[in-house]
Design a binder for this molecule. Structure first.
Ligand SMILES: C[S@@+](CC[C@H](N)C(=O)[O-])C[C@H]1O[C@@H](n2cnc3c(N)ncnc32)[C@H](O)[C@@H]1O
Length: 276
């Protein structure tokens, strides 16, 4: 083959390779977005586990999830329902070392303060709850799919009950929980209602596990809030007893860890938790 023909052949096969790859990506995206929920669920599961195992893949997966949620977003409640129905989970904060950290702190707290019943707003998929040791527990969520999953998962556990937030019967508990929920409440009225219910439904203590600064994020389902300011302005009968920093703080290089810390509140006039 002459030099000119060989160069033309290389250019031709390069163009063919690029066009074929592009076609595969375009067809893949079109097919994926039109797949039934069950198939998307399996593919999402594979992508999630690959992202956890392959170095660097976590950040790419993170960006992919962000762009998908931006395309689909309408309200925070709808976001979570859709996320669970399509096979998503409650997120990294409900798994692995972060879930173990949350459970260890809360189990100690419940045992030390002889808490008899716990009410959680935003129970999620129930993975973190699987590590909890509470005498009695009620979990509420905006997502019907989350409640369905939790009922199935804890079917034989008579200490745990689940219900939709909209069906809450106003029965209070000694400890109310909001774990990895506050910074997902992007609408002001939803945030306000969540905080009022959280503090209104507790007779003794409130535990919040969240970030605590104001910032609008690129991820459409995230909005950080300085929620302690809201409590200071709206709940004069509550005192921030102590703050517990997260030993697994967020690392922007690989998006591991968490921006949330624990904040424990008690009713004013009751003994400090630290004195017990
Ligand atoms: C990141 S997950 C956390 C789940 C669980 N608390 C945990 O720590 O593993 C956030 C959960 O909050 C729920 N959620 C969102 N908005 C809510 C609201 N206004 N009231 C109650 N739950 C809500 C979502 O459906 C989702 O299940």
């Amino acid at each position: 083959m002459s030099g000119g023909r060989s160069r033309n052949w290389r250019i031709g096969s390069g163009i063919a390779w690029v066009s074929t790859s592009l076609a595969i990506v375009v067809v893949g995206v079109l097919v994926f977005t039109r797949l039934p929920d069950r198939a998307r669920k399996s593919i999402d599961g594979v992508l999630r586990s690959l992202a956890r195992r392959i170095p660097g893949a976590r950040a790419i997966h993170h960006r992919y999830l962000e762009s998908r949620s931006r395309r689909d977003f309408s309200t925070s409640g709808d976001y979570w329902e859709r996320r669970y129905v399509t096979g998503g989970t409650s997120g990294d904060g409900s798994y692995g070392q972060l879930a173990r950290f949350k459970a260890a702190v809360l189990n100690d707290f419940v045992s030390e303060h002889r808490i008899r019943d716990v009410l959680e707003l935003g129970v999620g998929d129930g993975n973190q709850l699987g590590l909890a040791e509470y005498p009695q527990y009620r979990g509420l969520d905006v997502s019907a799919e989350a409640i369905r999953m939790c009922r199935a998962r804890f079917e034989n556990d008579r200490t745990k009950q689940f219900g939709l937030l909209a069906d809450f019967d106003d029965q209070p508990a000694e400890l109310t929980l909001s774990l990895d929920v506050v910074y997902h409440l992007v609408e002001d009225d939803v945030f306000d209602a969540h905080m009022r219910l959280l503090f209104g439904a507790s007779t003794r203590y409130v535990a919040v596990y969240a970030s605590n600064y104001d910032s609008v994020e690129s991820a459409i389902h995230v909005r950080h809030r300085e929620f302690t300011r809201w409590v200071g302005e709206n709940c004069p009968e509550w005192v921030l007893d102590h703050h517990l920093a997260n030993p697994y703080a967020y690392d922007p290089r690989d998006h591991s860890g968490s921006l949330a810390d624990f904040y424990f509140y008690r009713r004013a006039g009751t003994q400090s938790l630290q004195d017990n």
